[in-house]
Design a protein around this ligand. Structure first.
Ligand SMILES: Nc1ncnc2c1ncn2[C@@H]1O[C@H](COP(=O)(O)OP(=O)(O)OP(=O)(O)O)[C@@H](O)[C@H]1O
Length: 255
């Protein structure tokens, strides 16, 4: 049965998509069957694994708003054993179109029931907001992985995120857990980076991954080629670190 992890932080540009794409590809490289759900209207996870717009027939919007069949939306990525449910810009209207009458928080949960047993891990790349799309992701998830950028105000807004987790636990998904907190874009040369690292560890304790993702230019180049870092530059530091993260995630699941 697929284990569902949402990658979430309502702060923009903290590494949610980079982590979704690369953790997804690395779990697949470790022999797991992975489904990556792009739940961000920017569609960066979709293009980041090499899915062309012209090949998209249905996307996450159709699943959430029209309740279309999720199997009609799933596409293979360029990486073996990594499939994707794509997102397009039409998702940006979904929050408004999901009206209160619609059991609107459980759409993704219901859709995933059909495919959960075909995957080992299902990763949901959340948008930078705590609206209905993120609530759908949390309601459908076993756990949440929170990427935190090792820069100014890293902890700001995280209490809001944790409040949303509590709300979802109370109303829709009592078993929702925190999978882990991942420090991203770390620069060990700066005092600030070290400060943020220890602040985040003080706040979240053992839930913070040992693996810390440093800034690596190859990680920022790879999406332009529609490739996860393991395929774009497997020898790069970025590739090495995301593989280390995948092994840490697997170990936490006893694998
Ligand atoms: N470790 C890293 N080193 C260098 N660049 C990085 C790293 N991680 C992410 N980036 C770059 O930082 C930018 C933001 O990353 P990303 O898109 O993963 O964040 P996000 O949280 O998904 O953003 P959004 O909130 O807009 O969806 C991207 O251009 C990405 O390529």
């Amino acid at each position: 049965m697929g284990y569902v992890i949402s990658l979430a932080n309502q702060k923009g540009g903290v590494g949610k998509t980079t982590t979704s794409v690369n953790l997804g590809a690395d779990l697949a490289s470790q022999g797991k069957k992975v489904l990556l759900i792009d739940a961000d209207a920017q569609g960066n996870a979709t293009s980041g694994v090499g899915v062309q717009k012209s090949s998209i027939k249905k996307d996450i919007y159709d699943i959430l708003v029209n309740e279309d069949d999720i199997t009609d939306a799933i596409l293979p990525s360029r990486h073996k054993d990594l499939d994707v449910v794509p997102a397009t810009i039409q998702l940006s209207g979904a929050d408004i179109e999901l009206t209160p009458q619609m059991a609107r928080e459980t759409r993704l949960l219901n859709a995933l029931k059909q495919v959960k047993d075909q995957y080992d891990y299902i990763l949901v790349d959340c948008p930078p907001s705590l609206g209905l799309i993120t609530i759908n992701a949390f309601t459908a998830s076993d756990s949440i992985l929170i990427p935190v950028q090792s820069e100014y105000y890293a902890l700001e807004g995280l209490s809001q995120l944790l409040n949303t987790v509590k709300l979802v636990q109370k109303h829709f998904n009592p078993d929702l857990k925190i999978e882990g907190v991942l420090l991203t874009m770390y620069d060990a040369r700066t005092k600030l980076g070290q400060q943020v690292n220890s602040e985040v560890r003080n706040y979240f304790g053992e839930t913070v991954y040992q693996t810390v993702i440093t800034r690596n230019v190859r990680l920022s180049e790879a999406p332009s080629y529609g490739l996860p870092i393991i395929d774009y530059d497997p020898k790069s530091k970025g590739s090495e670190l995301y593989m280390q993260l995948a092994k840490e995630v697997l170990a936490a699941h006893g694998e």
